[in-house]
Design a protein around this ligand. Structure first.
Ligand SMILES: Nc1ncnc2c1ncn2[C@@H]1O[C@H](COP(=O)(O)OP(=O)(O)O)[C@@H](O)[C@H]1O
Ligand SMILES: [Mg+2]
Length: 388
């Protein structure tokens, strides 16, 4: 395993997250459609890549990243293009002859706002065209369609078109999931770093996704993080004994693979600079400082907040985070008082706090009433770059 920091990983760089993969496959095999949820950088895309690269027998997996799709039309272009892509069809030939032949034969002229236009001039609406495609799937195969950054597409439609179109788009998806002709043929997996749940709640349309089986991707468990850290150390020339690994993981606390990789990368650089292979605590502190100074790695935590809320909401969210950062914790009561000060309606304020929790900024203590930063690294970054 190489220490690959930044892009979603695949192949031998993927640390096999057995329990996440098992829950996902279990849900797929039990026939549900899935909402894969986790804040940014927890590892959703990497997990989906693994599903695609090592599918279980009888499954065919298609992955699309829909972040740049701004309309229903662009979404379907992405999906049909992925299905008809030469490389995908080539791979299919080995185990799904009928479907591969069909995909090779079919000619789509264009995909317009009216629907899919075929070579023979017929125009069919997206959902029907999709259903017709699926009919051709080999009888013993099931297609898994993974749509990454799906909620972003819904937000884009709201932004560039309107809410009504966004709801129509979600209704089409729901209808496809409930279409009996497709039931044993297709599994839809929706994923993304902004919460689909928050987006639909804002539109009062939760019922359009309440049939989805939501699966959370969590950070690594402590023991797993230790093994992961050891494996990463093996890929570099640094050495860390168990006590030092404990110190490192204590400082990271929110044990997502990304943070561990980032710090190992910085430790590797430091160790070369200092010509010292055995890592000590001072070097860990140095590595944390170096990591946090890379603006592009953390800045999205601020910019996403700005994009995600209207001005009043943004200022409220920012102040709450500044306070939690300065004081370490904040109670729900104090948060409610702040909302009143910002003249925010109670429901909207609650929705903002919910998004902050959902997106991985803050988390509740077990008392269920007091909030703190989810990740000490983010807290440190926020303290230096936003709060002060
Ligand atoms: N299973 C994994 N094995 C190794 N590295 C991982 C794994 N999951 C995530 N990462 C690391 O975390 C980063 C973010 O992963 P990614 O899959 O893009 O997360 P998400 O899609 O949730 O934002 C990757 O660049 C990679 O460095
Ligand atoms: Mg991703």
């Amino acid at each position: 395993m190489n220490n690959s920091v930044g892009q979603a990983v695949r192949g031998k760089d993927f640390w096999k997250r057995e329990s996440e993969l098992a829950s996902l496959w279990f849900a797929i095999e039990s026939g549900s459609h899935i909402l894969l949820v986790a804040p940014r950088r927890v590892g959703k895309t990497s997990i989906m890549f693994n599903l695609q690269d090592e599918p279980k027998e009888r499954y065919i997996v298609v992955y699309i990243d829909t972040e740049s799709a701004d309309s229903e039309n662009e979404f379907w272009q992405k999906l049909f293009n992925a299905l008809m892509e030469e490389e995908f069809v080539g791979k299919l030939k080995k185990y799904s002859k009928r479907f591969a032949n069909f995909l090779e034969r079919i000619s789509i002229d264009k995909i317009t706002t009216k629907g899919v236009e075929f070579g023979d001039g017929t125009v069919v609406d997206y959902a029907t065209a999709f259903e017709n495609f699926i009919k051709e799937l080999d009888s013993d195969r099931k297609l898994i369609i993974m749509m990454d950054e799906f909620a972003q597409t819904v937000e884009n439609i709201i932004k560039y078109e309107d809410e009504e179109n966004a709801q129509k788009f979600l209704r089409t998806h729901r209808a496809l999931r409930q279409n009996e002709n497709l039931a044993n043929k297709v599994t839809f997996v929706y994923a993304g770093s902004i919460g689909l749940e928050s987006v639909v709640t804002k539109m009062n349309a939760s019922k359009l996704i309440n049939d989805l089986n939501s699966i959370k991707v969590k950070p690594l468990m402590r023991e797993e993080a230790v093994l992961f850290t050891r494996a990463l150390c093996d890929s570099t020339s640094i050495e860390m004994n168990d006590d030092i690994i404990t110190i490192l993981l204590d400082k990271i606390e929110w044990l997502i693979p990304f943070y561990i990789q980032l710090l190992i990368q910085q430790l590797d650089i430091l160790s070369r600079e200092e010509k010292k292979t055995q890592i000590d605590e001072m070097m860990i502190d140095g590595a944390i400082e170096q990591a946090l100074s890379q603006r592009q790695l953390f800045d999205h935590w601020r910019s996403k907040l700005k994009d995600g809320f209207k001005k009043k909401g943004y200022l409220f969210a920012k102040e709450i985070l500044n306070i939690i950062c300065e004081k370490d914790t904040m109670s729900s009561l104090k948060i409610r008082n702040k909302a009143t000060k910002h003249e925010l309606d109670e429901d909207y304020a609650r929705e903002i706090i919910h998004s902050l929790e959902y997106d991985g900024y803050i988390t509740k203590y077990e008392d269920g009433k007091t909030y703190r930063f989810n990740s000490p690294l983010l807290k440190l970054w926020w303290y230096k770059n936003v709060a002060n």
